[in-house]
Design a protein around this ligand. Structure first.
Ligand code: ATP
Length: 297
């Protein structure tokens, strides 16, 4: 199986700044992969290396088994990085004609891609009159002209209002369902959670997690507020093991299956602890993200 994207210790240093620090990730065929991280985490630099626009300082990347920028990639990899550059005084359709001409894809797919991004009705209007969302969608349309097997999108929802974001999500989902492999970067968890099969979380240039959204959230925890807390902590540690008990904000977070809540309660009460609160808590992706990214420079 040839992986659309595979990197091994991919690294980029600019002088003393390490923008990307030993990233090893894989994007599998047909998946929508979210590349998630705060501003400055190294997402754009990584994507640029995948496209052969920036040369790695160390490590390697393979795109469909070949070095980035290999001649075959011109036809198989579409990308939208750092905003599309279009002529404001030309219509959306004419801008696509220009792209089709210089990229040698021919004009045969222009109507198809305009339909895909829902811009057929406005294709005759000048690009300069488009909303941000329409501009971004035209950028995706341009990347789709060659009918790519892999589509790389850098922050496709950046600067869009909620409606524009929803349109972009719908578009990405539609393309993903149709079988295009998509790798998109974002600093917005909500986005990624809604449209991606798997995510890679990057912080300080390093990949700090790579998994499905569900795996990333991990198991639910049991939140316990009890008095005296030291006593409750000792009892919980004895019951579950110290690594499953975390003291936080005047209570305990227990890494235990929700079905064990009644048993934990009974054991604590038996030990003379007064339990005032006991509830199952699922971590939000936001919390996971903050935990993962706060640990790194
Ligand atoms: P953002 O979402 O803000 O674009 P990002 O995750 O895409 O962030 P990068 O743009 O890849 O992050 O930048 C990562 C780090 O590398 C930053 O500290 C940035 O200042 C630095 N960097 C990126 N490109 C260059 C360059 N050409 N020269 C020097 N430093 C750079």
């Amino acid at each position: 199986m040839t992986l659309p994207v595979e990197t091994e210790g991919l690294t980029k240093r600019y002088g003393h700044v390490t923008a990307v620090d030993g990233i090893s990730l894989t994007v599998r065929p047909g998946e929508v992969y979210g590349f998630l991280g705060p501003n400055g985490a190294g997402k754009t630099t990584t994507l640029r290396m995948l496209l052969g626009l920036v040369r790695p300082t160390a490590g390697s990347a393979r795109i469909f088994g070949e070095a980035p920028g290999a001649p075959g990639h011109l036809a198989s990899v579409g990308a939208l990085i750092e905003g599309p550059g279009f002529y404001p005084y030309l219509s959306g359709r004419d801008n696509l004609r220009v792209v089709a001409r210089y990229s040698g894809t021919g004009e045969g797919r222009i109507d198809t891609v305009l339909d895909l991004v829902d811009l057929r009705d406005r294709a005759g209007d000048k690009f300069g009159t488009y909303s941000m969302g329409m501009k971004q969608r035209l950028g995706v349309a341009a990347a789709l002209l060659k009918d790519p097997r892999l589509l790389i999108l850098d922050e496709p929802t950046n600067g869009l209002d909620p409606a524009g974001m929803a349109d972009m999500r719908t578009l990405v989902r539609r393309l993903g369902t149709a079988g295009t492999t998509i790798m998109l970067s974002s600093h917005l968890l909500g986005e990624v959670q809604q449209i991606c099969d798997r995510v890679g979380v990057v912080a300080g240039g390093r990949l700090v997690a790579e998994s499905t959204v569900a795996q990333l959230r991990g198991q639910a925890t049991l939140r316990v507020v009890a008095e005296p807390l030291e006593h409750a902590t000792a009892r919980a540690r004895a019951l579950l093991g110290a690594d499953r008990v975390r003291v936080r904000d005047g209570g305990l977070d227990l890494a235990v299956e929700p079905e064990k809540a009644a048993w934990v309660n009974a054991e604590l009460v038996d030990a003379g602890v007064a339990v005032s609160e006991l509830r199952v808590r699922e971590r939000t992706l936001e919390e996971v993200f903050l935990e993962l990214t706060n640990d790194v420079g």
